[in-house]
Design a protein. Structure first.
Length: 312
C-alpha cells in the first residue's frame, strides 16, 4: 500500500527525501515550482499525516487521474484529439497507475468514472481490471468531465470538431465493465445552444476558464451526491482535473490555490472523514508521479497546466 506518510504538498525547489520511509514511492528529487507556494516542511507533513492515522474515523477518498503517454501526441489547434494510449509505453503507464491505486487497501475505490475520450476510457478500463477479479459494471462514462471545450483542443485546421465516441461505441471496445445503465450527471449540451439557455454548469462548446470551473465543480458535486461514502476514481484531462481539484480544495480562484502543473500519469488524492458529513477535503498529494517508470517519474515530461495555474 502507499506509505502512511504522504508528502502532502510537493512544492519548492529544495530536494526532500522520504526514502527512509519508502524508497520506491518517495525518492529524492526536486519539484521546481514558485517559491511563493512553498511545500510543507517534513515535520509538518508527518504530524499532519499522523493525525489522520490516529483518527478512528473511516475516511472517504477521491483519486483524480491523468492518463499516460498517448499513441499520437496531441498538438493544440492541429490534433489528433481522440488518440488512444500508446500500446507499449502508454499501457505500461496505465498499469502503473492502476497498480498504485489498487494496492492501497484503505483508499481502494469501488467506482471508476472516466470522460468518453479514448485515452481516458482506456486508462479507466485498465484501472477497473486491476480492482476486480471478474467483470463488474463499475466503469461509468461521465460527460461532465470531458475535455475542456475549446477549439484548440477539439478543432483541426480544416475546421472539423472532434467529438468523443458514444457510450455504446466505447462499450464495444471495452465490453466487460462499462455500466450502460449509468446516465451522466452533467451531460453535454448541444453545440450552438446559447449559454444563457443551457443549464447552469453544463458542458457547452465553447468554454472560458470560468465556464470550465463551473462545469467541473458542478460535475464533481453531483457525483459526490450519488456515491454516499464510496471511494472513487475520476480519469480526465489536465484542465478538468485542475478545476476539480480547485473545487475540492475549497477555492474558486486559481490565485488562491497551491496547485500547479499536472504531469502525465499524475495522481492526486483527496480524503475526508466520513463522519464529517459535508466537511472539508484534505489534499493528500497532488500530481504525484512516483509510480511512473523511467523518465516520466520526475513529472516533467508531458506536464500541462491551465494558464491561470502557472506562476512566474
Amino acid at each position: 500500500m502507499d506509505s502512511p506518510f504522504p508528502f502532502v504538498y510537493r512544492y519548492g525547489t529544495v530536494p526532500v527525501s522520504l526514502s527512509f520511509i519508502h524508497p520506491t514511492l518517495y525518492p529524492t528529487r526536486p519539484y521546481p515550482t514558485p517559491h511563493t507556494h512553498p511545500c510543507y516542511t517534513l515535520k509538518q507533513s508527518l504530524l499532519h499525516t499522523a493525525s489522520i492515522i490516529m483518527s478512528d474515523s473511516k475516511r472517504q477518498y477521491i483519486w483524480l487521474v491523468r492518463y499516460g503517454l498517448t499513441e499520437r501526441a496531441l498538438v493544440e489547434n492541429v490534433g489528433p484529439y481522440d488518440s488512444d494510449i500508446d500500446p507499449n509505453v502508454g499501457m505500461t503507464h496505465a498499469r502503473a497507475i492502476a497498480d498504485r491505486i489498487a494496492m492501497n487497501a484503505a483508499a481502494r475505490p469501488s467506482v471508476v468514472y472516466s470522460d468518453p475520450f479514448l485515452r481516458c476510457t482506456h486508462t479507466a478500463d485498465v484501472i477497473v481490471k486491476a480492482l476486480v477479479d471478474q467483470p463488474a459494471k463499475i466503469h461509468r462514462i461521465e460527460e461532465g468531465i470531458t475535455e475542456w471545450l475549446v477549439p484548440s483542443l477539439l478543432v483541426d485546421p480544416a475546421g472539423n470538431k472532434t467529438d468523443p465516441r458514444s457510450v455504446n461505441e466505447l462499450q464495444a471496445l471495452f465490453p466487460e465493465n462499462i455500466d450502460l445503465n449509468y446516465r451522466s450527471v452533467n451531460p453535454v449540451v448541444k453545440d450552438g445552444t446559447p449559454r444563457e439557455s443551457a443549464p447552469q454548469g453544463a458542458p457547452l462548446f465553447i468554454e472560458s476558464q470560468a465556464d470550465l470551473y463551473a462545469r467541473c465543480a458542478t460535475t464533481v458535486s453531483r457525483i459526490l451526491e450519488t456515491i454516499n461514502e464510496d471511494n472513487i476514481v475520476i480519469v480526465s484531462h489536465a484542465p478538468c482535473l485542475q478545476m476539480m481539484a480547485l473545487k475540492l480544495e475549497g477555492y474558486t480562484d486559481p490565485s488562491e490555490s497551491k496547485l500547479g502543473y499536472w504531469s502525465l500519469g499524475g495522481l492526486t488524492r483527496f480524503s475526508r472523514r466520513c463522519d464529517a458529513g459535508d466537511g472539508p477535503w484534505q489534499l493528500d498529494f497532488y500530481s504525484d508521479t512516483c509510480h511512473m517508470p523511467g523518465d516520466y517519474q520526475d513529472g516533467i515530461k508531458g506536464r500541462w497546466s491551465l494558464p491561470s495555474f502557472i506562476r512566474d
